[in-house]
Write a protein that binds this ligand. Structure first.
Ligand code: ZN
Length: 83
């Protein structure tokens, strides 16, 4: 299955902008469509959402968001492989 408009790598790149509301309507639509079809990316989106929530509640506690995010992505990759 190949959707040229929004593949997994592209989605990972655009997810930040998506959560900030920076994507155009077309981009948001393509991203949502991909999320609906791709378990891997839906999982990432779900974890990112929770991750962002956690960041908001933690505030600036000196935790490293990049490390946390890397862990989230790794966790999703493993989850997708198992199921
Ligand atoms: Zn995907």
């Amino acid at each position: 299955m190949s959707t040229a408009r929004c593949d997994c790598k592209q989605l990972e790149k655009e997810l930040d902008a998506f959560h900030r509301g920076d994507l155009s309507d077309d981009q948001t639509e393509a991203l949502r469509r991909h999320l609906a079809e791709c378990r891997h990316c839906a999982c990432i989106e779900r974890h990112e959402q929770a991750f962002l929530e956690r960041l908001r509640t933690m505030g600036k506690t000196g935790c490293c968001p990049e490390a946390l995010k890397a862990r989230v992505l790794k966790q999703c990759a493993e989850e997708a492989r198992e199921t």
